[in-house]
Design a protein around this ligand. Structure first.
Ligand code: ITT
Length: 195
């Protein structure tokens, strides 16, 4: 089976990529035994996605996908943004959600968006970037068990549900990640399939 390496340590992202690419074997950094630290010092999703994909692609000598994503809340002037994973603690989804709802207490403007930037990097230095956005609102009380990260706090008006109440197949039709990936799908099929 053709493989795609996604330069991520986030199991939630890997599950989604595997469902989005049913004909490929999607491998995480752990799966390919990549243990080197990856610096995410960028000031934008684009810079961080590129840094992750570039480092791993150069080291492994193969094309690599990376994803930098997060939640931008309008009333918080776009925070937590690129710091979404480390907002309250180190990659602690539960603590992040508690902190978010505390910060949003008493605020009536609940609008927010999920952002995902995907970088596809080739070892010869060629690369592509794509950005996907999904708009919603921050709830008062988290709901749902699916997905990961801020999904239980992210309400989708059209579905009357939080992102964490949607089955993965539904999330994958409308998510920021799916939208970003759709723009790169052709390139992935061209470059990752056996010719
Ligand atoms: P890698 O860098 O190893 O890929 P990470 O979790 O650190 O994993 P990011 O720096 O891109 O990745 O941070 C993404 C964070 O944004 C993630 O941990 C969640 O808190 C949030 N996030 C991104 N996409 C999300 C989604 O689809 N649903 C809910 N939260 C999401």
């Amino acid at each position: 089976m053709n493989t795609i390496v996604v330069a991520t340590s986030n199991p939630g992202k890997i599950k989604e990529y595997q469902t989005l690419f049913p004909n490929f074997l999607v491998q995480s950094l752990k799966d390919v035994h990549y243990e080197k630290e990856i610096e995410e010092n960028g000031t934008t999703f684009e810079e961080n996605a590129l840094a992750k994909a570039k480092q791993v692609s150069k080291d492994l000598g193969i094309p690599v996908i990376a994803d930098d994503s997060g939640l931008e809340v309008d009333a918080l002037h776009g925070r937590p943004g690129i710091f979404s994973a480390r907002y309250a603690g180190d990659h602690n989804d539960e603590q992040n959600n508690v902190k978010l709802l505390e910060e949003m207490m008493g605020i009536t403007d609940r609008t927010a968006q999920f952002v995902c930037v995907i970088a596809l990097y080739f070892p010869d230095g060629k690369y592509y970037l794509s950005r996907g956005i999904c708009k919603g609102e921050i709830v008062n009380t988290p709901k749902g068990k699916n997905g990961f990260g801020y999904d239980p706090c992210f309400y989708l008006k059209a579905y009357h549900k939080t992102m964490a109440e949607l089955p993965m197949a539904e999330k994958n039709k409308i998510s920021h990640r799916a939208k970003a990936l759709n723009q790169l799908k052709e390139l992935v099929y061209e470059n990752f399939s056996d010719k």
